[in-house]
Design a protein around this ligand. Sequence first.
Ligand code: NAD
Ligand code: MG
Length: 450
Amino acid sequence: MRSASEARVNRLPSPRHAPEYGTSTAITRVIREMASRDGEDIPYLPLFQPSKIVRVKNIAVLGSTGSIGQSTLAICASHPDRFHPIAFAAGSNLDVAFEQCRRWHPRVVSLATEPLAAKLSARLGAAGITGIEVVHGTAGTVRVATLPAVEFVVSAIVGVAGLEATYAAVLSGKTVGLANKECMVAAGDLILAAAREHNVHLLPIDSEHNAIHQCLRAGSAAEVKQIWLTASGGPFRNTPLDAFEHITPAQALKHPTWVMGQRITIDSATMLNKGLEIIEACRLFNLPPTQVKVTVHPQSTIHSLVEYIDGSILAQISVTDMRLPILYALSWPGRVASKEEDGLTFNMAALSQLDFQPPDLVRFPCLRLAYEAAQSSQNHCIALNAADEVAVAAFLRGQLSFNGIPRTIEQVLALTSAGSPSSIPEVLAADLLAREQAAEIATGSHVLSS
Ligand code: NAD
Ligand code: MG
């Protein structure tokens, strides 16, 4: 439940009322009045206030060497007249970071550690590439996210490692394209409060939330009955349950429809990814978990749906390519024509079959655990994500079975006390505690207290 004052703050314009271009406080006022007509409590929806299209957007890419980061740079390469990447943050992939520096000549680049940053500086120097500030660590990612010349930050570091930079980007008034769902799961309320305070737009890049964002443009918040997140079901949708204990990392890393980073691919196989997305959707669209449904749709053709109170259901269909939601987020509130050679056009003529089935919560306990965490408390959402991150790493190292992932998460959730951190340091402390518990449980060194 939200307090009356929170509900008032949450009354923001619905997409239907938002004009496409131009900024005007008068328009904003009218929109606010329309959104709160007759004292009706219209809950918060994505920040659809008027904004102007910037011809050339200076972009920071957090997680530039990853799957989403590289897709973002591919979009920038296709639209050099509009999107200009000027700052990068990456972890430890020195070779890709170096190539990106050579190709894009960013003003600032950050790597995870000081030794990595020193190596990159040396390689840039040896190659005669000058004028790039090389930084490192969390402070480095924050520097990249808050660079004054940056207008749009793509948040695509994997895990809670991306939280502080994402939060800093919001605090410094940057528009944020959110791929990093973990930071919304761990600190969604804090990020949204900061976004409201600093009048910042958050544009979802995660394909399901991006689809919901698009479908919400057809109605108002009060007209939404519920939303449907589609899930491919992953590679083990039809695998016999007794084979789950012996699933190997190599099998789990083969996603049927998407090519992604390692953690999200494993999370898709356990369906914890959909669980994180349920919580992400609750935060972004201010919906209770009961209004966020999941349907298994193996073709990954429909990326999600919004069901309105009159019975209409709107779906978003497109190719399974993350460059499209990235292009949408970078272009919002307008749309930019995709380049034919990028292959982002959906072939309607080839569309033959769309299947849907309810998710199997016995086969995929991670989905049940995510619903339970969403119903319990913010601390439980933090623990869910942290425990999963640790458990997935242990599974990939061969130290934990596939079924050990939900088992570890469930035990960590059982140890978690209800609560809601009121600052990012408190979020990180709760995250650390859950990580330590998960590491003990995953390695079998956890002793149950009597
Ligand atoms: P990835 O593993 O391919 O890339 C992760 C990026 O984060 C890399 O650039 C890595 O160097 C960087 N990184 C890791 N630790 C870091 C640290 N400590 N400091 C700085 N940088 C660090 O992951 P991905 O698939 O690109 O996913 C990125 C995020 O986007 C995740 O939160 C994921 O859930 C989300 N997402 C991804 C997809 C997809 O299709 N890949 C779709 C939806 C959402
Ligand atoms: Mg997704």
